[in-house]
Design a protein around this ligand. Structure first.
Ligand SMILES: Cc1cc2nc3c(=O)[nH]c(=O)nc-3n(C[C@H](O)[C@H](O)[C@H](O)COP(=O)(O)OP(=O)(O)OC[C@H]3O[C@@H](n4cnc5c(N)ncnc54)[C@H](O)[C@@H]3O)c2cc1C
Ligand SMILES: Cc1cc2nc3c(=O)[nH]c(=O)nc-3n(C[C@H](O)[C@H](O)[C@H](O)COP(=O)(O)O)c2cc1C
Length: 767
């Protein structure tokens, strides 16, 4: 094949090498606009896996690269005069310039033709003469941007400013240095990549950057200002830039996250940063470029594969990899963009939050890297959880939490789950066994399902209720069982279905109206949930009084039942949520329009319940922190204001769910997908929160809690199939302090022994 590679970065050079290795007959030319040896940037970091991949692909270049690697283990986080050091991170790095020199040499040796100082114009007709044109021309690819529709380009220009500098100061650890200045916070990411040279990236928010006046400074002035700011870390060494003499480079940049729906059009294939970028803070751009190159060369040289089939396979495999990395990179980018949120943390928790920011590194990963450091974090967490009384070193999920006078044994809760198994709102033996079993399973707090305050407030005919004495007696039996047989606390979730009521049992169809016997429904406005659902009646003030009083009556009954806590369900599109979301609330009175108005009635209900509920017992509220509808619905920023408003009325905990507030929602699912909302509400609003949503491993829970993303962690579906989730987690983590019902002690020790044996066998295999 006759191939042109536009751009002699890692992607273009390594692709040329990988093609030649597979078939020396390929005729490959690489065109680069800059002179050889002239490049932007300083060091790049690699992972062990990338080294394995390049070694398998081309042992010769890999040998030279790995011989020159700089290795380091520690991460130092400097903040507020403290340095928090954790070890075992195992980085390897190399200078970008040196990497490119090695790749250029190898490409030449394999017969690739290299043209330097050769600016390529996508409009030049000569590109038609090549079988393939590899657009490895970087993040600002001209070849991609000449035809953006063909590639489905999506560019997201991120908020922060950064400049990629170098220094002769040798940093022995990967160093993060956060400095508070009169203009705001500014920080450096620094690491050594050669015996005498380190990368030094300076980053700050746009506001801080403008306030410093960096926009008006020359490059030299910017560098001088950074030298002064970070003098304490530079020990007299200078900062340097290598961007000034490059075509198409600027000193300060905004990172561009690039995604493309398609990676080829005509004879052009996008490779590396031209197709996708990953934020520099997770250090994976070069890895992606090299691994793209290997895979593309492999499919293009496979016998009998058409170009189309080769591209299909290439895209299928690489797209998944890229998506995973871009997800982690987005988390990491956002962490730095929302730094203000975490500045109230003590330095140790701040460092933990920084290390786990991309969600690729978890609590147990950190234990493997540096057990002593992690145990320090665990001790710190327990001390704070117990007002300094405990010196325990144990997973955060087992630490207690005090809300008003209620102390929860541990941080795991059974999330509210409708069971659709009641008749006339009356909980029965199913509910006793279901909730009782989950309390025996070790969770610190068990929520009832949404229990309705009136017959017409039910979602389905199978929902539980609390509007009469018979129901109160049935609930008392359940609460008494939980209190007598377990250490769990039990919280009653109270709600009203609003316009989403009068529907079938969950397993007969979600939100589908009954075949017969529908009852009239009401909501903030007469917006039907779907065309198949009834249009609700718009609530009058008299309706509002009546429903508020029903909530208060149920709350009073809950006191007699002995519930430890009550939660108001104001999420998921039910009655109170229909007031909060603008997608359902079309009112023009004082209950519609602004957020203040939309919150007025839900807050009135909450305040009335709070007044009826004992002052020593806590209350929570469940909210949908986003409508998954962009700016048209509730946004995460509004969710902070919503949390704060309920807290002012006496909510002790914000139970942070999301969505289900309109039928056309566009949620973004994934592991722990709603936790970022809890993080935001907790750390911007400084409120206690509970995170929920696809949290299913003990490691998830511990990472969330230690990083201060939530105070409690709720699991719903995992508890459906495993009521003993918490006890199993205790056995897995070898934590002995959890309360095990005496009847189950034998099973617990057997499980712990088996897990221990399995872990030892797995470790032996690894050795
Ligand atoms: C501050 C910062 C820090 C980073 N840190 C790391 C890190 O630690 N680890 C890591 O793996 N990655 C890191 N990266 C990302 C990494 O640099 C890129 O992901 C990687 O270089 C992508 O390789 P590429 O070959 O696709 O593109 P590039 O390296 O950008 O190469 C593109 C080449 O094409 C040339 N070119 C562009 N247009 C034309 C044209 N029209 N004609 C001729 N030539 C052209 C350019 O001059 C350039 O040489 C960092 C990036 C930044 C900005
Ligand atoms: C069967 C079922 C019933 C649910 N019923 C309720 C409910 O009554 N009240 C509520 O607030 N959330 C309810 N939810 C939502 C869960 O509490 C939880 O927020 C959601 O399932 C995400 O958590 P998970 O990924 O751990 O399952 C229900 C979820 C399921 C699976």
């Amino acid at each position: 094949m006759r191939i042109a590679c536009v751009g002699a970065g890692p992607a273009g050079l390594y692709f040329a090498i990988s093609m030649k290795l597979r078939d020396a007959a390929h005729d490959i030319e690489v065109f680069e606009r800059n002179a050889p040896g002239v490049t932007f940037g300083w060091g790049v970091v690699f992972s062990d896996l990338t080294v394995d991949n390049i070694t398998a692909n081309d042992p010769e270049s890999a040998r030279t690269i790995t011989e020159e690697f700089a290795h380091w283990d520690d991460i130092d986080v400097h903040i507020r005069g403290e340095c928090i050091t954790s070890g075992g991170h195992g980085f390897i790095g190399i200078g970008r310039k040196r990497l490119l020199e090695i790749l250029q040499g190898r490409a030449r040796a394999l017969g690739v033709t290299l043209h330097f100082e050769a600016e390529c114009d996508p409009a030049d007709p000569k590109w038609r003469d090549y079988d393939l044109v590899i657009a490895s021309d970087g993040a600002n690819s001209r070849f991609r941007d000449a035809n953006p529709a063909a590639f489905g380009v999506d560019v997201d220009v991120r908020r922060n400013k950064f400049v990629w500098l170098g220094t002769s100061k040798v940093f022995d650890a990967f160093t993060f240095a956060f400095e508070e200045t009169e203009h705001g916070w500014i920080w450096a990411h620094a690491y050594r990549f050669a015996p005498d040279c380190s990368t030094f990236i300076v980053e700050c928010s746009e506001e801080t950057w403008l306030s410093f006046g960096f926009d008006r400074m020359s490059q030299d002035e910017s560098i001088a200002a950074c030298e002064t700011l970070f003098a304490e870390y530079l020990d007299g060494h200078r900062l340097q830039s290598n961007a000034s003499h490059l075509v198409g480079s600027a000193a300060w940049l905004n990172f561009k996250r690039i995604k493309c729906e398609r990676w080829n059009a005509g004879n052009v294939i996008l490779l590396g940063d031209a197709a996708h970028t990953a934020h520099f803070s997770i250090g994976s751009g070069t890895k992606l470029a090299l691994e793209d190159a290997i895979k593309l060369a492999e499919v293009l040289n496979r016998d009998g594969l058409s170009l189309e089939a080769a591209m299909d396979e290439y895209v299928a495999e690489r797209n998944l990899e890229v998506l995973k990395l871009q997800n982690s990179a987005r988390n990491s980018t956002e962490w730095f963009e929302t730094l203000d949120r975490y500045l109230h943390f003590e330095p140790l928790q701040f460092a933990y939050s920084l290390l786990t920011r991309s969600q690729r590194i978890s609590h147990e990963n950190l234990r493997l890297r540096d057990r002593e450091w992690l145990e320090g974090v665990e001790r710190w967490f327990w001390k704070r959880a117990t007002d300094g009384r405990s010196n325990t070193t144990a997973p955060p999920m087992f630490a207690p939490l005090k809300l008003r006078e209620m102390t929860i044994e541990n941080r795991i809760t059974v999330s509210p789950m409708a069971m659709y198994s009641a008749v006339d709102g009356l909980p029965n033996d199913f509910h006793l066994v279901h909730l009782g079993e989950r309390a025996l399973g070790g969770a610190g707090l068990v929520f009832t399902e949404m229990t309705c305050v009136s017959p017409e407030g039910r979602i389905s005919p199978g929902c539980t209720g609390l509007w009469n004495a018979e129901q109160a007696t049935a609930w008392t039996r359940i609460v008494d069982f939980v209190h007598a047989q377990s250490k769990a606390k039990i919280c009653l979730q109270l709600g009203h279905s609003g316009g989403k009521g009068s529907t079938k049992l969950g397993w007969e169809g979600n939100d589908v109206p009954l075949d017969a016997g529908n009852w009239p429904v009401m909501a903030a406005s007469d917006v039907a949930w779907t065309p198949a659902n009834q249009a609700p009646r718009t609530m009058t003030r008299a309706d509002m009084d009546e429903v508020r009083d029903q909530f208060v009556a149920a709350t009073r009954m809950a006191i007699d039942c002995g519930f430890d806590m009550v939660e108001l369900h104001a999420a998921h599109g039910y009655l109170l949520s229909s007031f909060i979301t603008p997608l359902q609330n079309r009112r023009s009175d004082e209950y519609g329009g602004s957020l203040e108005n939309r919150l007025r009635y839900p807050l009135e209900v909450f305040a009335a319940m709070r007044a009826a509920w004992p002052g020593d017992r806590p209350m929570s509220v469940r909210i949908s922190a986003t409508d998954w509808a962009g700016e048209d619905g509730v946004t995460p920023d509004e969710a902070v204001a919503i949390g704060e408003a309920f807290a002012r009325e006496g909510a002790d905990l914000i139970d942070v769910s999301a969505g289900q507030t309109w039928a056309e929602q566009q949620p973004v699912y994934g592991r722990m997908f709603q936790t970022p909302f809890s993080d935001k509400i907790r750390n911007e609003g400084r409120l206690a929160t509970m995170a929920v949503g696809n949290i299913y491993e003990p490691d998830h829970a511990n990472s969330i809690l230690a990083a201060g993303r939530a105070d409690l962690v709720a699991l719903a579906r995992p508890h459906l199939i495993d009521p003993m989730w918490t006890l199993r987690a205790a056995a897995q983590l070898d934590y002995r302090g959890v309360h095990v019902p005496p009847q189950y002690l034998n099973g617990m020790s057997q499980l712990a022994r088996n897990l221990q044996r399995e872990a030892e066998a797995a470790a032996a295999l690894r050795v």
